[in-house]
Design a protein around this ligand. Structure first.
Ligand code: FES
Ligand code: FE
Length: 453
């Protein structure tokens, strides 16, 4: 995939045929460009507002491979800093979360307040003769931090579009969870961290659009955990009901996979009645907030929401996950249970236990996926396989629009449209010198207009 001895990004994927060259999962040079052009300029999830509610509350997390501290300020705003001391580069804070008035480095004792200012330098007068310009040694701040309905995001690129513009029409789908209930959402429990020897794109593409594997890879897990008759989740290996679900993409890289029955999100719970009662008690109120289509077809359905490049929310199964790349063949997946604040405690407890049972470190679904995805990644690294292509060409050309929902729509969960649009966005960003080169589209017409060859 080189042209005149240089990496040819244009040739790595082909949206029209659904082709991906396997080197995108293994090549160190491509991975380096991803860190700059994708993780260096997309909006990345930092924390939920409720995880850092009080001044001085902080979370330690990652943006791409860079470690960052997300800190609630005295005035209620949020800042994020690279978690590195500006003296000799030590890790400034080792704790994952907590509350601080200041961050003091373990190496020589420099201290920074929560706004990032350097406020304490041991022996400042004697060692620096009182001449140290402390302003020049502030913590390095993430260029943009912004929130959307409870979720805080950061962006290293000062030229990036606003978070609202970046999310675009995807907000219509995100609000099905984030804005359905008056008091919004919260993440429950500790961060569940799993390390996997896999390229970061394989697990994201899997959840973004791969309904095909459910009835096969998860056949066992679905049989033991499914407790409802699943009109919207007819995904066995022998039949497909395409009328009961949709794949939605063309949302600037963001994707949605959803059943349309309003209950099947809770099909994989031992006692779904508690959840179904909650849904029916509140559905009329949700309709007032979000309108009939979202309240009746989407709210309560199993929905996979992907915010490009590496955040996924699954209302219904109620897990929330961010993927941190750790090299071309390694990731850390961070997972939480996410609930509506207004849910009864009994339901919240059930959700937390069910996330651990299905998609936690020992989760029955996650272990099916981990094994397959690890192999897809490893097997892309052979001398011959690294020259090959893979395809996401299922239901190619079946994309259409629907008046009642934004985006490019294909019928059913078993379809690879979303992966094609996901990789199209990947390519658009990888080839763009800056944000003004990146096309914007939110529906089929706009997507076709900006189609490059
Ligand atoms: Fe932090 Fe020296 S490296 S004070
Ligand atoms: Fe899976």
């Amino acid at each position: 995939m080189t042209k005149n001895g240089k990496l040819n990004i244009d040739a790595l994927t082909d949206f029209r045929t659904g082709r991906q060259h396997r080197s995108i999962y293994t090549d160190a040079e491509i991975y380096e460009i991803e860190q700059e052009r994708i993780f260096g300029r997309c909006w990345l999830f930092l924390a939920h507002e409720r995880q850092i509610q009080n001044p001085g509350d902080f979370m330690r997390t990652f943006m791409g491979e860079d470690e960052v501290l997300v800190v609630r300020q005295k005035n209620g705003s949020v800042k994020a800093f690279l978690n590195t001391c500006t003296h000799r580069g030590n890790r400034l804070c080792k704790a994952d979360t907590g509350n601080k008035k200041s961050f003091v480095c373990n190496y020589h004792g420099w201290g920074f307040d929560t706004s990032g200012a350097l406020t304490g330098v041991p022996l400042e007068k004697e060692a620096y003769y009182g001449e140290l310009d402390k302003d020049a040694f502030k913590l390095i701040e993430v260029a943009q931090v912004s929130s959307y309905n409870g979720l805080i995001f950061g962006n290293f690129d000062p030229e990036a579009p606003s978070l609202e513009a970046y999310l675009g029409e995807m907000r219509w789908y995100l609000d099905i969870w984030l804005d359905a209930m008056p008091n919004g959402t919260a993440l429950l429990g500790e961060t569940m961290k799993v390390e996997l020897p896999v390229n970061w794109k394989f697990p994201v593409e899997n959840v973004s659009g791969d309904g095909y594997h459910l009835g096969w890879a998860h056949a066992g897990a679905m049989t033991v955990s499914s407790s409802m008759s699943l009109s919207g989740m007819t995904v066995s290996n022998s039949s497909v009901d395409n009328s009961a679900a949709v794949s939605v993409a063309g949302l600037n890289g963001h994707c949605v996979l959803s059943s349309l029955d309003g209950v099947s999100g809770y099909a994989f719970y031992p006692q779904p009645k508690i959840a179904v009662d909650y849904l029916e008690q509140n559905r009329a109120n949700v309709a007032e907030r979000l309108g009939k289509v979202r309240a009746e077809k989407f709210w309560g359905s199993q929905i996979n929401l992907t915010v490009f490049p590496s955040l996924q929310l699954l209302p219904g199964l109620n897990w929330f996950r961010v993927y941190h790349p750790k090299g071309v063949d390694r990731i850390e997946m961070w997972t939480w249970a996410m609930v509506d604040v207004d849910m009864p405690n009994e339901l919240k407890e059930m959700i937390l236990a069910n996330v651990a049972r299905t998609f936690g470190p020992a989760g029955i679904f996650d272990n099916d996926d981990g094994d397959n995805l690890q192999a897809c990644s490893e097997l892309s690294n052979g001398r011959q396989t690294r020259k090959m292509n893979l395809y996401t060409n299922m239901a190619l050309g079946r994309e259409h629009s629907r008046d009642e929902m934004p985006g490019v729509v294909s019928d059913g969960l078993i379809c690879e449209q979303n992966q094609r649009y996901y990789y199209r966005r990947w390519s658009e960003l990888m080839r763009a010198e800056n944000w003004s080169d990146v096309p914007v589209y939110n529906n089929l017409e706009e997507a076709n207009k900006t189609l490059w060859v």
